[in-house]
Ligand binder design. Structure first.
Ligand SMILES: Cc1ncc(COP(=O)(O)O)c(C=O)c1O
Length: 359
């Protein structure tokens, strides 16, 4: 018998995750992964290295990172026994779904959404209940409520602001869904720091079926170091800790996250710069002929052109401008996604796109 037969059918049906890109190199305009264009300042990197060189590298980190959890509790003003940190929020998505999804468990996901929820739910043999966004990519709250009442999912995933579309669900709409009290509701706030709309964190006091997921990969410039965390109530937290892989938060990444929380002025300065650049980019995109734009509460935009997305993506790629071809997501034909970079990167992207659309 071939070894392939030992792999679960639900896994064999998946595809390996791949982002079409190029190695980092001077001149590359990299706007395809919603990263922060600003690296951590040199002086802060030195501070982190100094603390780290005096630590013991031969010892395991704590099973769960006590000092980081304490710092997160002060930073978020949330009770420490309701926080879990992981090696990026991707890890915590798997942790939550590992704890909740088994064969046939229904997971409701408004589509298009961040791909990993559907993928992880499928790994655990869950059933995906898809509800499609409105035509303008706003959240279809009533349709989500109707589907929740009809299908009775165990888990509802709300990515807000949503990737790849960029729009948020209001706190009051999230509350309507929580009130059904019929499912665990994950609200992924990976991009919340770039939004002018409030977090749903305030609802944690009133709803024990809510899990808020956050990351240091975006606003905190730590995509390469991998720290994410979730906020929920202590009882649910202690259940989610049971299947979690221990030791996934390494000492270096934990120290970096703690240092950045101390330097939140620097982080906030960069967020302000990105938000300012976003307005410039939005106005320029909206003014372009043949470009259909959609509002975004995040650090990225989607835009639709008359061109086939793969072809336009490739033309930008050939000119060293990396964006994301999101056209394979439902409702996203002829659509690309671009994140806000530095002022110079944005202007190169905009002029390259303009030239290609004219040609
Ligand atoms: C909605 C959303 N959640 C989570 C993540 C990943 O976060 P992390 O880097 O913390 O694993 C991303 C990354 O692109 C994202 O778009």
């Amino acid at each position: 018998m071939s070894f392939i037969n030992f792999i679960k059918p639900s896994v064999r049906a998946l595809e390996t995750y791949a982002v079409k890109g190029k190695p980092l190199q001077p001149g590359l305009i990299k706007l395809n992964q919603n990263e922060n264009p600003f690296d951590i300042p040199e002086r802060i990197k030195k501070e982190i290295f100094a603390a780290f060189t005096s630590s013991s590298w031969n010892r395991y980190p704590e099973t769960f990172p006590v000092a980081l959890l304490g710092a997160l509790a002060s930073f978020t003003q949330h009770s420490v026994d309701g926080i879990i940190a992981g090696n990026g929020s991707n890890e915590l998505m798997y942790t939550i779904l590992m704890a909740t999804v088994t064969k046939g468990t229904k997971v409701l996901i408004p589509q298009p959404s961040f791909f990993l929820y559907e993928k992880a739910a499928r790994v655990f043999d869950g059933e995906i209940i898809s509800v499609f966004m409105n035509g303008d990519f706003s959240f279809p709250t009533q349709k989500i409520i109707d589907a929740a009442l009809r299908e009775k999912p165990s888990v509802i995933v709300l990515v807000s602001p949503n990737s790849p579309t960029g729009q948020s669900m209001s706190v009051s709409d999230v509350e309507e869904i929580l009130k059904l009290n019929s499912a665990l509701v994950i609200v992924d706030e990976a991009y919340i720091e770039f939004s002018d709309k409030p977090s749903v964190q305030s609802l944690l006091n009133r709803y024990d079926n809510l899990i808020v997921l956050r990351t240091f990969s975006k606003a905190f410039s730590m995509a390469g170091l991998r720290i994410g965390y979730l906020l929920t109530n202590p009882e649910l937290c202690s259940e989610l800790l049971k299947p979690k892989i221990p030791f996934t938060v390494n000492n270096f990444s934990a120290a970096t996250a703690m240092t950045l929380m101390k330097h939140s002025d620097v982080v906030n300065e960069r967020i302000a710069l990105i938000k300012k650049q976003k307005t410039v980019m939005w106005n320029a995109l909206r003014a372009m002929n043949f470009v259909e734009t959609f509002p975004s509460d995040s650090n990225f935009f989607i835009f639709r052109t008359p061109h086939e997305a793969g072809t336009l993506f490739q033309k930008l790629f050939d000119r060293n401008v990396l964006v994301r071809d999101v056209s394979s997501y439902p409702m996203m034909e002829r659509t690309l996604r671009v994140n806000v970079g530095t002022e110079e990167e944005n202007s190169i992207f905009l002029s390259t796109l303009q030239t290609l659309l004219r040609g």
